[in-house]
Design a protein around this ligand. Structure first.
Ligand SMILES: Cc1cc2nc3c(=O)[nH]c(=O)nc-3n(C[C@H](O)[C@H](O)[C@H](O)COP(=O)(O)O)c2cc1C
Length: 206
């Protein structure tokens, strides 16, 4: 797996609830001057439309332009790839970034990654990160979890993936939804080794 440039992160958004987590993660990565390779499944695009004000266009070229404008990304800093864009860097160990985050991760995609299905580019990208021993962070969203979900998470954890469920803590006394979102995004950034001040740190005040 390419370590030529550690300042690239692959982000996959799926059709689980919690589109805000994925979009905020992309925004923070752009602000931190990282390059982002982004994939949204068909279901993710539906959830983005139903949960957020983000008016995501249909074609990936337009999605790249729209999100780049929204998050003030530099030219080429943010690239959206399509479900079957097999020529993209994330499809091969020779070109894929070292780190990938699936946020939010549906139980369908969790299962596909756990079995190595690789039926769309997002699943293939995760498969590549696992085979190349890269860093894979998965943010599952479902409640309650069935034994199937738990077994898939355990399997991926044993393969080295970090399972970082979308269940924010309340010890910072959040008032706004944004604070809950930032709690999870902060923990994802921590896993990627990216400095951030999105939340106050336990025991560090005063
Ligand atoms: C508004 C909305 C919310 C959903 N929330 C969840 C969820 O939290 N977790 C989940 O596993 N699936 C959820 N689903 C169902 C998935 O979108 C569905 O299983 C889909 O096939 C997932 O496809 P993907 O993994 O390719 O994105 C939701 C669907 C919709 C429309």
């Amino acid at each position: 797996m390419s370590r030529r440039d550690e300042r690239i992160v692959t982000v996959g958004m799926t059709g689980a609830s919690g589109a805000h987590y994925g979009l905020r993660l992309v925004e923070c990565l752009v602000q931190a001057d990282y390059q982002v390779y982004l994939m949204l499944t068909k279901a993710a695009r539906i959830v983005v439309g139903s949960e957020t004000d983000c008016a995501l266009p249909g074609r990936t070229v337009e999605q790249t332009r729209y999100l780049s404008g929204l998050y003030k990304a530099r030219d080429g800093q943010l690239r959206v790839f399509g479900d079957e864009e097999w020529t993209s860097p994330v499809a091969s160990g020779s070109g894929a970034p070292h780190s990938m985050v699936v946020c939010p991760c549906s139980m369908a995609t969790l299962s596909a990654i756990a079995t190595g299905a690789s039926e769309n580019l997002l699943e293939r990208a995760a498969d590549v990160v696992i085979k190349e021993r890269g860093r894979l962070v998965i943010v599952p969203r479902e409640t309650p979890f069935s034994s199937i979900h738990l077994e898939n998470m355990l399997k991926l954890s044993r393969l080295g993936a970090v399972i970082l469920p979308a269940n924010p803590g309340f010890y910072n006394k959040p008032v706004q939804v944004e604070e809950l979102v930032d709690f999870i995004v902060s923990r994802v950034l921590d896993q990627l080794g990216i400095d951030n001040a999105l939340m106050s740190r336990w025991g560090r005040e005063g």
